[in-house]
Design a protein around this ligand. Structure first.
Ligand code: FES
Ligand SMILES: [Fe+2]
Length: 436
């Protein structure tokens, strides 16, 4: 197998389902999505290291659903719907905490870490019998992978690794996220349907217009990029870096010289495209030779292309994991609890700990970040920066959502480079039709 890019995967035949505005604006569609898709797919609740001790828990939200995942005495995690079986109150507001027993804030029912009701005020007063040992929090399926706690609300779901498939499991696994620390943890609310953002992460066609600053050092199309559709609606986009995009015009530009300079590789005096593309290979060799001596121990687990390039894994429906040589991002649009025209956007940045390094470059601009577990920040889009690239992506959200409100818009007219988007929507249709 070639080691300079991910192995290509045969492309499935797509149906060409039309993609119209209804799925972005309709409340009825929003409900279908919740019932038929969100409640049947795998979601990330948080990082396992956030809940290190027995009784430490995290609360995760997907639309109107809220789930508690809790660390058990044996180190494993269990998960429950965050809803009291007495009269439906939320048991914990989250976003995290510690509990020997969960206590519902309304009438004080208590639940052990198995979710069972173990104590209620006035247990003899229930005509249908004492709720203790009889009722409990309803369980969800929980697994830990990539240092993340995942859950699925469907008790009959396939295992997480079956769901993700071999490519995603092994390739993301090689980055050893479980050894990383999350140095950025933000959630912004914004005015578009969650799919407006997931569509954006499913294509690189917009990069030259929306993210021109990436052109000097990341490939976006052509021979040094590759798009693969993976089973179950997932996909992978590979984009070579440490070389200019095919679409980049003019002289070599920052940050490329600085990136190369970190590995003592000068920009050639006559930088032809051929010579520039060789630099990426030179960097891979240098990183292989000098990486561990310079503290980059994680390079030992990566293939050559992973030492320089960016790979975006769009995990159906909304967990977008972008891996680079020195860190991993989660870019995740989540549905609003009730409004199809709004969503929440999570942005995480996780990096390996490198001896002697107290700070790490921020993803796509901004000052370097301390290499320590970040406090969660929640705000409305526009009040604060999510990072330059993420801000740019969210900037298109409202204008596209506004367009979807018009009868002047009929349906998407997609280029071949947007095939991941078509594949995503067809998979979504499969869930909605009950054929997934
Ligand atoms: S709703 Fe939870 S104890 Fe009453
Ligand atoms: Fe983008």
């Amino acid at each position: 197998m070639k080691n300079d890019r991910p192995a290509e995967i045969d492309r499935p035949q797509l149906r060409g389902d039309p993609i119209t505005a209804k799925r972005y604006v309709s409340r009825e569609y929003f409900k279908y999505e919740l019932n038929n898709m969100w409640r049947k797919t795998w979601h990330i609740a948080g990082l396992a290291y956030q809940a290190p001790e027995s009784g430490d828990y995290l609360v995760a939200e997907v639309g109107p659903e809220s789930v508690i995942v809790v660390r058990r005495a044996d180190g494993s995690f269990s998960g429950y719907f965050n809803v009291c079986p007495h009269r439906g109150a939320r048991v914990s507001e989250g976003p995290y905490g510690y509990a020997e027993q969960f206590t519902c804030p309304y009438h004080g029912w208590q639940f052990d870490l198995d979710g069972r009701v173990v104590n209620v005020p006035g247990p003899e007063d229930f005509e249908r019998g004492n709720p203790c040992e009889k009722l409990g929090l309803q369980a969800v399926v929980v697994e830990v992978l990539f240092g993340m706690v995942w859950f699925n609300m469907d008790s009959g779901c396939e295992s997480l690794t079956q769901y993700l498939g071999e490519n995603i499991t092994n390739e993301i696994g090689s980055y050893r996220i479980e050894e990383m620390v999350r140095v950025l943890d933000m959630t912004a609310s914004t005015d578009c349907n969650w799919k407006v953002l997931s569509d954006n992460f499913n294509e690189a066609y917009h990069v030259q217009v929306v993210h021109p600053e990436l052109m000097p050092y990341i490939e976006t199309q052509g021979d040094f990029s590759q798009i693969d559709l993976l089973p179950n609606g997932h996909n992978r986009g590979w984009f070579a870096s440490y070389q200019p995009s095919t679409l980049h015009e003019g002289p070599v530009q920052e940050p490329l010289p600085s990136l190369l300079g970190e590995w003592d590789i000068p920009v050639p005096e006559e930088p032809t495209m051929k010579k520039l593309r060789q630099l990426r290979i030179d960097v891979q060799k240098k990183k292989r030779e000098q990486g561990s001596a310079r503290g980059f121990n994680h390079y030992a687990h990566l293939k050559d292309y992973q030492l320089t390039d960016y790979i975006i894994y769009n995990i159906f429906p909304n967990s977008v994991i972008t891996v680079g040589p020195d860190g991993v991002q989660l870019l995740r649009p989540r549905p609003h609890p009730s409004d199809p025209a709004r969503c929440l956007f999570d942005h995480w940045w996780m990096v390996p700990r490198i001896d002697g390094r107290t700070h790490t470059p921020s993803p796509a601009g901004g000052p370097p970040l301390p290499v320590e577990d970040a406090e969660h920040q929640a705000f409305a889009y526009g009040d604060k920066s999510l990072g330059i690239t993420a801000d740019q992506d969210l900037s298109i959200g409202a204008i596209q959502q506004q367009g979807f409100g018009s009868i002047g818009f009929k349906e998407f007219y997609l280029s071949d480079t947007e095939i991941r988007l078509q594949n995503f929507h067809e998979r979504l249709n499969d869930y909605l039709n009950g054929t997934a």
